[in-house]
Design a protein around this ligand. Structure first.
Ligand code: NAD
Length: 386
């Protein structure tokens, strides 16, 4: 029989992770201190299951079985007996320390303790435990049942066995796993920063408005959503906080500098869809501004943002954050990029990407545009081997 999976926190992420584990055939103990969150999770799951039955993706019996596999409760005690516990409570280190210590006292010696944190270091989470080698980051994307990617993050304390077991388990749930170093933003939230940051910068320079940048990135770049539509969807409050956290965590590296435009939108309560207004107005009948469909400007925007994304992918590889294959997988499966960034660099021509970054660096004299040394090295090696 498959081992029970414990999930702590029944919010957006915890509820989704519980569904994934139950669909994979595990008994799941979903625990939250807030009864309302548990009720909401249970009702939402019911709705999702009915929809899947209607669409013919599940039989009625399968849907009932999945729901019956999840037990809902507010006591940590029900996590005992789990083979793995995934924590998905609020993003606060003290709160996580407190629950991890309590859980460690309840579960078996070989129970893996995972955190779904987006921004805290796994090393710091594990540091308060008597067996920190069993702690690992397992970072799902929202919505967890739909997004295929899961980042697996061993901390410096994590044992190789725990990494191996955790990765195999999540793979067996049908997810695409990538392994990455315990560094800020892991892979996706690190490499994707210029998608927002450079788009904001282009807007601030007056090159184009929100609608035009979004048009360029979707119609010409092939991205599913433009940066401003996506930021409105994520919420400018959430997206700004991630940007600020990554910036601080990288010791204020100028590459990750947040933008005043987004800060002001956040301060004004222009969060995006959820508040009815962000970069766009979501009120009924609101008139949306039309993009200026200028192919030349559009291509320039795409080239600049994509070059910055490629530079970040090279930096992640240069610093051994993850393998090249995993960085490609992360960006295509975690944020639905139309192509892996390394593959894209070859399509554009790596020498062209490098030249573009060099031009930007010369023009602005700002560190954010410095081409990554690995890009230079790859090009030099290619020239030598010709
Ligand atoms: P959320 O606010 O929707 O849910 C958190 C839940 O945890 C709430 O129901 C709350 O009642 C519960 N909780 C808080 N403290 C608790 C405690 N001590 N014991 C038991 N339950 C407790 O949050 P979320 O968006 O699901 O995020 C959860 C975690 O996942 C965070 O670490 C976040 O960084 C990470 N994450 C979020 C996303 C996302 O897009 N929302 C994506 C990936 C990772």
């Amino acid at each position: 029989m498959k081992k029970q999976i414990g999930v702590l926190g029944a919010g957006t992420m915890g509820a989704g992770i519980a569904q994934v584990a139950a669909q994979a055939g595990h008994a799941v103990a979903l625990v939250d201190m807030n009864e309302a969150a548990l009720e909401k999770a249970q009702k939402n799951l019911q709705k999702i299951m009915s929809r899947l039955v209607e669409k013919g993706k599940l039989t009625e019996q399968e849907a009932v079985d999945i729901q019956n596999r999840i037990s809902y409760g507010n006591s940590l005690e029900s996590l005992s007996g789990s083979g793995m516990v995934i924590e998905a409570i609020i993003e606060n280190l003290d709160a996580k320390h407190s629950v991890f210590k309590q859980i460690e006292a309840l579960v078996d010696e070989d129970c893996i303790l995972a955190s779904n944190t987006s921004s805290l270091s796994i090393a710091s989470i594990g540091s308060v435990l008597s067996k920190p080698e069993r702690v690992i980051g397992i970072h799902f994307f929202n919505p967890a049942p739909l997004m295929p990617l899961v980042e697996i993050i061993p901390a410096v304390q994590t044992s190789p066995d725990v990494l191996y077991t955790a990765k195999n388990l999540i793979d067996s749930w049908g997810k695409t796993t990538v392994v990455c170093k315990d560094t800020p933003g892991f892979i996706v939230n690190r490499v994707a920063r210029p998608f927002y940051g450079e788009a904001l910068r282009i807007y601030e320079e007056g090159v184009a408005d929100f609608a035009t940048i979004d048009w360029a990135m979707t119609e010409l770049g092939g991205f599913r959503m433009g940066p401003f539509t996506l930021m409105d969807y994520i919420g400018n409050d959430v997206n700004y906080t991630v940007t600020e956290t990554v910036f601080e965590a990288f010791y204020y590296d100028p590459r990750f500098k947040p933008s005043f435009t987004q800060k002001r939108h956040k301060e004004a309560g222009f969060y995006g869809r959820k508040s009815g207004r962000g970069y766009y107005n979501y009120a009924e009948g609101a008139i949306q501004s039309e993009p200026k469909r200028d192919e030349l400007i559009g291509q320039m925007i795409v080239k600049r943002i994509v070059a910055m994304l490629i530079n970040e992918a090279f930096d992640a590889l240069f610093l051994n954050i993850a393998s090249k294959e995993d960085i490609e997988k992360a960006m295509t499966k975690g944020v639905n990029y139309p192509k892996g960034l390394f593959a894209w660099s070859e399509e554009i021509g790596l020498e062209n990407v490098y030249q573009q970054l060099k031009d930007l660096f010369e023009e602005y004299g700002e560190d954010r545009y410095r081409p990554n040394p690995l890009m230079k090295r790859v090009l030099r090696d290619r020239q030598l081997s010709v």
